[in-house]
Design a binder for this molecule. Structure first.
Ligand code: AKG
Ligand code: FE2
Length: 248
C-alpha cells in the first residue's frame, strides 16, 4: 500500500468510523487457510453438533500461523498508525468465526466497546477498560454480500445501515464506537472470517485480553511464540465462550 492510499483509508476511518480496504490477503493464502483451518473445523464441529449456529476458534491462527498475523500488521501498519495516531499496537484478541450455511444466526447491532451482547446497556456501554482507539479488524475468507452474512455499519453522523459487500481477503476496520452487525447466511456454504482487535495501548485489569505487542515505535514485531504457547495453555476465552470449537 502506498502513502496516498494509507491516508485515504485513515481519513475515511476517522470520519466515518469504518473503512473497507480491498485485496489484503492473496487468494492462494486464503485458499490454504480455508483448507487447513476453517473448513476442517466447521466440518468437525457440524459433525458433532449439526445445528450449530456459529463456531469460533479462539487464537488458533495466532498459534498455528503467527506469520499471518505479522503479515497483516506489516501490510497495514501505516494505516494503523494513522487511524490510532500512535505507533504502538497490541493484539487484544484473535478468533476465526464461522457461520454455517443456512444458520439463522446474525450478529445483532452493537458497538465493540461493549464486549457482551445480552442487554442494550452491554451492547452500547459508556465506558470500557480498552483504549478508545481500539480497532476491530474483520477479514472474510469467502466473498460476502447481503445474502451471505456480510457486515453492516451505521456510519458516524447517519442512522442508515450501510451494507459492506466484500471479497475474500479484503479487510474491514471498525472503530470501537461504530454500531455494526451482520445479516444471516442464506447460502449453502459457510461464512468464514478472521476477527482481530488491536489497540494502541495494552488493557489493564481485563485478563481475557491477550495484550500481545505487535508493533513498537512503528516497527512490526515478531509474534512472541512462547507467550502464545502460554496463552493457549491458559484457557481464557473471548466471548461467547460456549462456541469454542475445542470444547466439541
Ligand atoms: O462476524 C460477525 O458477524 C460480527 C463479529 C462482531 O462484530 C464481533 O464479534 O464483535
Ligand atoms: Fe463487533
Amino acid at each position: 500500500m502506498n502513502k496516498i492510499e494509507d491516508s485515504y483509508y485513515s481519513k475515511n476511518f476517522l470520519e466515518n468510523g469504518y473503512v473497507h480496504i480491498p485485496s489484503l490477503i492473496k487468494p492462494e493464502l486464503i485458499k490454504s487457510i480455508r483448507e487447513t483451518f476453517s473448513i476442517p473445523i466447521a466440518n468437525h464441529v457440524l459433525k458433532n453438533v449439526p445445528n450449530r449456529l456459529k463456531i469460533s476458534a479462539d487464537r488458533l491462527l495466532l498459534s498455528e500461523v503467527p506469520e499471518l498475523i505479522e503479515m497483516i500488521v506489516e501490510n497495514l501498519k501505516d494505516v494503523f498508525m494513522a487511524c490510532t495516531r500512535q505507533d504502538s499496537l497490541y493484539l487484544m484478541y484473535e478468533m476465526m468465526f464461522i457461520i454455517p450455511g443456512h444458520s439463522p444466526y446474525h450478529t445483532i447491532v452493537h458497538q465493540d466497546i461493549g464486549a457482551n451482547m445480552e442487554t442494550i446497556e452491554e451492547r452500547f456501554p459508556r465506558k470500557s477498560p480498552r483504549h478508545p482507539d481500539t480497532i476491530s479488524v474483520w477479514i472474510p475468507f469467502v466473498d460476502v454480500d447481503k445474502k451471505s452474512s456480510c457486515m453492516y455499519v451505521i456510519p458516524y453522523g447517519t442512522n442508515i445501515p450501510k451494507y459492506i459487500e466484500m471479497k475474500a481477503g479484503d479487510v474491514l476496520f471498525l472503530s470501537y464506537f461504530i454500531p455494526h452487525g451482520s445479516t444471516v447466511n442464506s447460502l449453502d456454504t459457510h461464512r468464514e472470517t478472521l476477527l482481530m482487535s488491536v489497540s494502541p495501548q495494552p488493557t489493564t485489569g481485563q485478563d481475557r485480553d491477550i495484550n500481545l505487542p505487535l508493533m513498537e515505535n512503528g516497527k512490526v514485531l515478531k509474534v512472541d511464540r512462547n507467550k502464545i504457547k502460554q496463552l493457549m495453555d491458559k484457557s481464557i476465552n473471548y466471548a461467547p465462550g460456549e462456541d469454542h470449537y475445542k470444547n466439541i
